[in-house]
Design a protein around this ligand. Structure first.
Ligand code: COA
Length: 264
C-alpha cells in the first residue's frame, strides 16, 4: 500500500513538473514528496491518539524539508508540493486529490477557536508560490490561485484568483488538463508584444478622444488619426487637416490668450 502510494506520487510529480527527469531524481530530490510521506506517518499516529508522536514526526519532517504539515490535516492522493520551502498547512485543512502547491503557500487559520478554521481545497486546485489561503473557506475544483494572492473568501470551481485580497480574473475553459505553474503551455504570451498591443489600444483611444474634443472646439478635427496612422493602424486620407499646432496655446483667434483674459 505504502509503495503503491509512493509510486503514484512519483508518477504524478513527473507529469506535473517538467524539471523532473527520472523517478530516482524525484525520490531523492523532491522535498514535497518527502514531506507528504512524513505526513502520512504523522497523520496515522495522530488519528490513533498518539498526538505527541504525530507532532514530533511532523516536526522532524519540517526540519528536513522546510514544509510544515500539521498531522491533523487531511491530505488527498497525489498532493504535489513543488520546491516546498515555507509551505504551512494547518490542522483542520483538507486537501483533495491532485492538488499542486508551490513554495511559500499557507493554508492558514484566521481565528483561535478549535473547530474548522483552515481551508478546504477541492480536487485539482493549483496554488501559486507565496499565496495565502486563509480561513475555513473552500477553493472549488480545478481553481487556480495566483502567486502571492491572499484568498479570504470561497472560490468557485474552475476560476483563477489573483491579488490582495484575491479577485477573480477569469473562468477556466473546459480543458481541465494540468498546466505546470498554472499556465497554458503552448500559448505563453509574449510580454513585449502584449505591452505594445495595449499601448496601441490606448493611443487609438486617446486620438479618438482628442478628435472629438477638437471637433467640439473648432467644428472639425485638427489632429485626429491622420497624423499617426502607423500607431493606430489607420490609413492617411488626404492632406493633413487643421491649423499649425506649433503655435503656442492661447494665441489662436478663437481661443483668446490668457494675458488678454486676465488683462496682464
Ligand atoms: C494566476 C495564474 C495561474 C494565471 O495565469 P494565466 O491564466 O496565464 O493568466 P494571465 O497571465 O493571462 O493573467 C490574467 C490577468 O491576471 C493578472 N495576474 C496573473 N497572475 C497574477 C498574480 N500572481 N498576481 C496578480 N495579478 C496576476 C495578469 O496581469 C492579467 O491581468 P490583465 O488581464 O489585467 O492583464 C498565474 O499567473 C500564476 O500566478 N501561476 C502561479 C505560478 C507559480 O507560482 N509558479 C511558481 C513556479 S516555481
Amino acid at each position: 500500500m505504502i509503495f503503491k502510494r509512493l509510486r503514484e506520487d512519483i508518477e504524478s510529480i513527473r507529469t506535473r513538473d517538467p524539471a523532473a527527469h527520472s523517478r530516482l531524481e524525484v525520490l531523492l530530490c523532491y522535498p514535497g514528496l518527502h514531506a507528504v510521506t512524513f505526513h502520512r506517518v504523522s497523520h496515522w499516529c495522530w488519528t490513533r491518539g498518539a498526538r505527541v508522536l504525530g507532532r514530533f514526526i511532523s516536526h522532524v519532517g519540517r526540519l528536513f524539508t522546510g514544509i510544515e504539515i500539521h498531522p491533523g490535516a487531511i491530505v488527498g492522493p497525489r498532493l504535489f508540493i513543488d520546491h516546498g520551502t515555507g509551505v504551512v498547512i494547518g490542522e483542520t485543512a483538507v486537501i483533495g486529490a491532485d492538488v499542486t502547491l508551490y513554495h511559500g503557500v499557507t493554508l492558514g487559520g484566521t481565528s483561535l477557536h478549535s473547530g474548522k478554521r483552515h481551508p478546504t481545497l477541492d480536487d485539482g486546485v493549483i496554488v501559486g508560490s507565496g499565496a495565502q489561503v486563509l480561513g475555513p473557506i473552500t477553493v472549488g475544483k480545478g481553481a487556480r490561485i495566483g502567486a502571492n494572492a491572499v484568498v479570504l473568501t470561497d472560490v468557485p470551481p474552475g476560476v483563477t484568483m489573483v491579488g490582495i485580497p484575491a479577485r477573480m480574473v477569469m473562468r477556466r475553459s473546459k480543458d481541465t488538463e494540468f498546466c505546470a505553474y498554472g499556465l497554458p503551455g503552448e500559448s505563453l504570451p509574449d510580454p513585449v508584444a502584449r505591452a505594445i498591443d495595449s499601448l496601441r489600444g490606448q493611443v487609438a483611444g486617446l486620438i479618438e478622444r482628442v478628435t472629438e474634443l477638437e471637433t467640439e472646439l473648432h467644428g472639425h478635427p485638427t489632429l485626429g488619426c491622420a497624423r499617426l496612422p502607423h500607431l493606430v493602424g489607420g490609413e492617411q486620407t488626404g492632406p493633413e487637416p487643421g491649423p499649425d499646432h506649433t503655435r503656442p496655446v492661447g494665441k489662436s483667434p478663437d481661443q483668446p490668450a490668457l494675458e488678454r483674459e486676465t488683462g496682464s
